[in-house]
Ligand binder design. Structure first.
Ligand SMILES: Cc1cc2nc3c(=O)[nH]c(=O)nc-3n(C[C@H](O)[C@H](O)[C@H](O)COP(=O)(O)OP(=O)(O)OC[C@H]3O[C@@H](n4cnc5c(N)ncnc54)[C@H](O)[C@@H]3O)c2cc1C
Ligand code: FES
Length: 503
C-alpha cells in the first residue's frame, strides 16, 4: 500500500499518474482530501512567489501579439499596394491600347471631347524633334510617282507638316501604313530607302524627301486562247504600283533597320543585289558618291533582262563619274534586243564563281539583298570562300531568309523549338501547345484564331510587338530586336519554355 504524500513535489509526481491517483482516491478518500488541501496551499505559495514573473510573461506575450498583428497588417497593406499598382499599370496599358486601336481604325466618335483626347494623344505620339526624327506614324504626301520599269514604281514622300525629316543610314528602310480600299485594317509594309539622302532637288521636289521603290509581284497568265495577261499577287505592291497618285497621303514610321553601310570603315565593299534587292544598294552607292569617299565599291546586280533592269541609266551615270565604283549587271534571260557589255556584262545569275573572276581577293565587306535562292547560294559561297561571317551583311525582304548566320546559334534555336511548350494568350484566354511545325509565335497565334497586328513578318516593322507576361523567347538567327525583355516580336520568335503573351 502506498503512503500518503508528504510534500507538494511528491503529490505532483504521484498525481501525474492518474491510474495511481484514482486507485488512491478510491481507498483513502480522507487522505486524498488532505493531499488536495496540501496541493492548494503549496500551489498558492508558488503562485504568490512567481506572480511578478507571471505579469512580466503576460506583458511579453501581449507585446508579441500586438507586434504580430502589426506585421500582418503591414504585409497585407504592401500586398494590396502591389496589387493596385499592377491593376493601375494594366488599366493604363489597356487604355493606351484602346486609344491606339481607335486611332488605327479611325473610329468616328460621337463624343467630340473623346475625339479631342484621341487627337492630342496622336499628336503627342507623333511629335517631331528638331532633327526631324519622330516616333510612331507621321503623315507624308506623295510628291511624285516615277516608273522605273514596267513593274517598279518609285514614290517621293514629303512630310505633310512641312517640318524637317530625319537623316538615315544608307540601307535602312521605312515602314508604311497604307489604307488599301476594301481592307478593313491598314496594311503595313517595309520599303528600303532607294536614295542616298533626303535632299532630292534633282528630281524637282525641292523639299527634303524620302524615296522608296516598289516592285509589283506580277506573273503572266498562261491562257491558250488569249494573249498572256499580267496577274498581280501582292496587296501593297499592287496598290502602290497601280493606284497611288501624287498628292495621296501615306503614314510613315521613321527610318530604321540594322542593314546599313558602315560609312566609317575604309574596307572596300561588294554589293550583291538580286532584283528589287537593288534598292538599299542604290542608297549605299549614292551615299559613297555624295560624300566623295574614295572607298572602292563593286556592285553585282542580277536581273532577268532589260525589262526588269531598274535604275539602269542612273547606275551607269554613277559608275561613269566615280572611278572607284564598278557595276556588273547579270541578265539571266536577256532579250534578243539586249546589248551585251553595254546593258549587261554577264549572262546568267550572280554567282560566287563570277565574284572570284572579277575580284582580286575576298578582302571586302559584303552587303547582299535579294530573293531567297540568291541569298542562300551566295551566302554559302562566301562562307566556303573563307569570308568571315562578320563581313557578310544581308537583308531579306520577307520571311524566307538565309538558313543561318551561325550554325551553333541555329541548332540551339532548332532544339529549343522542338520542345512542346505551352503558350498562353492571356487576353484571349487560350493556352495552346507549341510544336516544331510552327515557324513563329505569330503563326501559332493565327493558327489558333488569334490575329495580332502584323506587317513585314520578317522582324523589321515592329507591328507584331507584344507584351511578354512571363517566360522567354528565342529569335530566328541573325535577329536581335531591341524591344526589351518584357516584349517580343511574334513573327520571328519561338518559345524557350512555357510562355505567357499579353494577346
Ligand atoms: C526590310 C524590308 C525592306 C523591303 N524593301 C523593299 C523594297 O525596297 N522594294 C520592294 O518592292 N519590296 C521591299 N520589301 C518587301 C515589301 O515589304 C513587301 O513584302 C512586298 O512589297 C510584298 O508585299 P505585298 O503586300 O505586295 O504582298 P503580299 O500580299 O503580302 O504577298 C506576300 C507574298 O505572297 C504571295 N502571294 C500573295 N497573293 C498570292 C496569290 N494569290 N498567289 C500566289 N502568291 C501570292 C506574293 O507573291 C508574295 O510573295 C521589303 C521588305 C522588308 C522586310
Ligand atoms: S510583322 Fe513586322 S516585325 Fe513582326
Amino acid at each position: 500500500m502506498r503512503q500518503p504524500c508528504k510534500s507538494l513535489k511528491e503529490a505532483l509526481v504521484f498525481g501525474r499518474n492518474l491510474h495511481h491517483c484514482a486507485e488512491y482516491a478510491a481507498t483513502k478518500p480522507v487522505r486524498l482530501y488532505g493531499l488536495i488541501v496540501l496541493c492548494w496551499k503549496e500551489g498558492s505559495k508558488g503562485i504568490m512567489a512567481s506572480s511578478q514573473s507571471l505579469f512580466l510573461l503576460l506583458g511579453v506575450a501581449l507585446c508579441a501579439v500586438v507586434l504580430i498583428q502589426l506585421a500582418l497588417w503591414a504585409a497585407q497593406s504592401l500586398s494590396m499596394l502591389a496589387h493596385n499598382r499592377r491593376q493601375f499599370d494594366l488599366s493604363r496599358k489597356l487604355m493606351l491600347q484602346q486609344i491606339d486601336s481607335i486611332i488605327e481604325k479611325r473610329v468616328v466618335l460621337s463624343d467630340s471631347v473623346a475625339q479631342d483626347v484621341v487627337d492630342s494623344v496622336h499628336k503627342q505620339k507623333n511629335s517631331v524633334s528638331e532633327d526631324g526624327s519622330w516616333s510612331g506614324y507621321r503623315s507624308f504626301t506623295v510628291a511624285r510617282v516615277a516608273k522605273e520599269t514596267d513593274s517598279v514604281t518609285s514614290l517621293y514622300l514629303v512630310p505633310e507638316d512641312g517640318k524637317p525629316i530625319a537623316d538615315f543610314r544608307p540601307g535602312q528602310h521605312l515602314t508604311l501604313r497604307l489604307r488599301v480600299p476594301g481592307r478593313a485594317k491598314p496594311v503595313i509594309r517595309c520599303y528600303s530607302l532607294s536614295s542616298g539622302s533626303t535632299s532630292d532637288s534633282a528630281n524637282g521636289i525641292g523639299d527634303p524627301c524620302y524615296r522608296i521603290s516598289v516592285k509589283a509581284l506580277v506573273t503572266q497568265s498562261s491562257s491558250t486562247d488569249t494573249a498572256p495577261a499580267s496577274v498581280y499577287h501582292g496587296l501593297a505592291s499592287t496598290f502602290i504600283n497601280q493606284s497611288i497618285c501624287a498628292g495621296d497621303r501615306i503614314e510613315v514610321k521613321a527610318p530604321a533597320g540594322q542593314f546599313w553601310l558602315d560609312e566609317d570603315s575604309p574596307v572596300p565593299v561588294v554589293l550583291l543585289a538580286g532584283g528589287i534587292g537593288i534598292t538599299p544598294m542604290i542608297s549605299m552607292l549614292e551615299r559613297i558618291q555624295a560624300t566623295g569617299a574614295q572607298r572602292s565599291a563593286v556592285l553585282f546586280y542580277g536581273v532577268t533582262n532589260s525589262r526588269e533592269h531598274a535604275f539602269e541609266n542612273h547606275l551607269r551615270s554613277i559608275a561613269a563619274v566615280m572611278q572607284n565604283v564598278h557595276v556588273i549587271t547579270c541578265y539571266s534571260r536577256p532579250l534578243p534586243s539586249d546589248v551585251p557589255n553595254e546593258q549587261f556584262q554577264a549572262h546568267g545569275f550572280v554567282s560566287i564563281d563570277l565574284l572570284k573572276q572579277v575580284l582580286p581577293n575576298n578582302h571586302y565587306q559584303f552587303y547582299m539583298c535579294g530573293p531567297p535562292p540568291f541569298m542562300e547560294s551566295l551566302y554559302q559561297g562566301l562562307v566556303d570562300w573563307q569570308v568571315p561571317e562578320s563581313r557578310i551583311n544581308y537583308e531579306a525582304f520577307g520571311p524566307a531568309s538565309i538558313g543561318t548566320k551561325n550554325t551553333e546559334e541555329a541548332s540551339a534555336v532548332a532544339s529549343g523549338n522542338a520542345q512542346v511548350d505551352p503558350v498562353s494568350f492571356v487576353r484571349s484566354g487560350k493556352t495552346v501547345l507549341w510544336t516544331a511545325e510552327e515557324n513563329s509565335l505569330l503563326e501559332l497565334a493565327e493558327a489558333n484564331g488569334i490575329f495580332p497586328e502584323s506587317g513585314c513578318r520578317a522582324g523589321s516593322c515592329g507591328s507584331c510587338e507584344t507584351g511578354l507576361v512571363s517566360g522567354e523567347v528565342t529569335y530566328a538567327p541573325g535577329h536581335k530586336p531591341d524591344c526589351g525583355p518584357s516584349k517580343c516580336l511574334l513573327c520571328i520568335a519561338s518559345p524557350n519554355g512555357p510562355v505567357e503573351l499579353e494577346l
